[in-house]
Design a protein around this ligand. Structure first.
Ligand code: HEM
Length: 201
């Protein structure tokens, strides 16, 4: 379930980022526009339609992940065991290039990063709801300090997500077997190791 929702999320995120860039380009809040090749939809109307269609997939998939993660205890075991002391220890190990990457448990930096990106996803949904229906979700709009600020939060959230993608992809490139386990499952790696150990014996 984690692998399935992860890959659906990759597709949904790419669509949301590219269509979001298309929406931004129609009325930029910063002094630049994104190159057309980085956008989805071709024009404001097209980008908006993509954004609104894929937001259902993004939110639905996120809810499936959270429901599964809660019911199976996956989230509690894998991420909610984060402790400040462990995080400081693992940061020190990482800076000394001595941090280990295990197949069946996350180190404290991974826990912090994954929890952070989950919260970022929630922020994108909540600020997106304000941009989508600012009158109907009036209380949320007021909590964000108005539509304009929600727009800035939504945009800054995308920038933070892009920052996460870069670090995430660099880490996968440094530990390529993680890509195999996200593709075929950690059990696949274990079986391969057992086979090669058996062969060596
Ligand atoms: C990974 C998730 C998402 C990313 C990266 C993303 C990105 C963006 C970006 C960059 C914009 C343009 C901001 C601007 O300059 O005005 C935008 C607009 C918008 N987004 Fe998202 N978004 C995401 C998720 C969502 C979700 C879940 C919703 C709905 C619940 C949503 C609803 C909207 C709306 C309504 C607009 C403005 C459309 C308009 O002005 O007509 N977004 N998004």
């Amino acid at each position: 379930m984690v692998r399935l929702t992860h890959w659906i999320n990759v597709f949904a995120m790419v669509c949301m980022v590219m269509s979001g860039m298309g929406i931004y380009n129609a009325h930029p809040i910063l002094p630049f526009r994104f190159p057309e090749e980085m956008t989805l939809g071709g024009w404001l109307g097209g980008s908006t339609v993509w954004h609104f269609a894929v937001m259902w997939l993004f939110v639905g998939n996120g809810l499936v992940y959270l429901a599964f993660g809660t019911a199976s205890n996956y989230l509690r075991k894998r991420m909610l065991t984060l402790r400040l002391g462990d995080l400081l220890r693992d940061l020190r190990l990482a800076l000394a290039f001595r941090l280990r990457h295990e197949a069946y448990s996350y180190n404290a930096i991974q826990k912090a990063m994954y929890l952070g990106v989950l919260l970022l996803g929630v922020l994108m949904v909540v600020s997106g709801m304000v941009l989508w229906k600012p009158i109907q979700f009036g209380l949320l709009t007021a909590l964000f300090g108005g539509f304009d600020f929600a727009r800035i939060v939504h945009f800054a959230g995308m920038a933070a997500l892009l920052g996460f993608f870069v670090v995430h992809i660099v880490m996968v490139a440094l530990v390529p077997r993680t890509l195999l386990s996200m593709g075929f499952g950690a059990g696949h790696l274990k079986r391969r190791k057992e086979k090669s150990d058996g062969g060596a014996a």
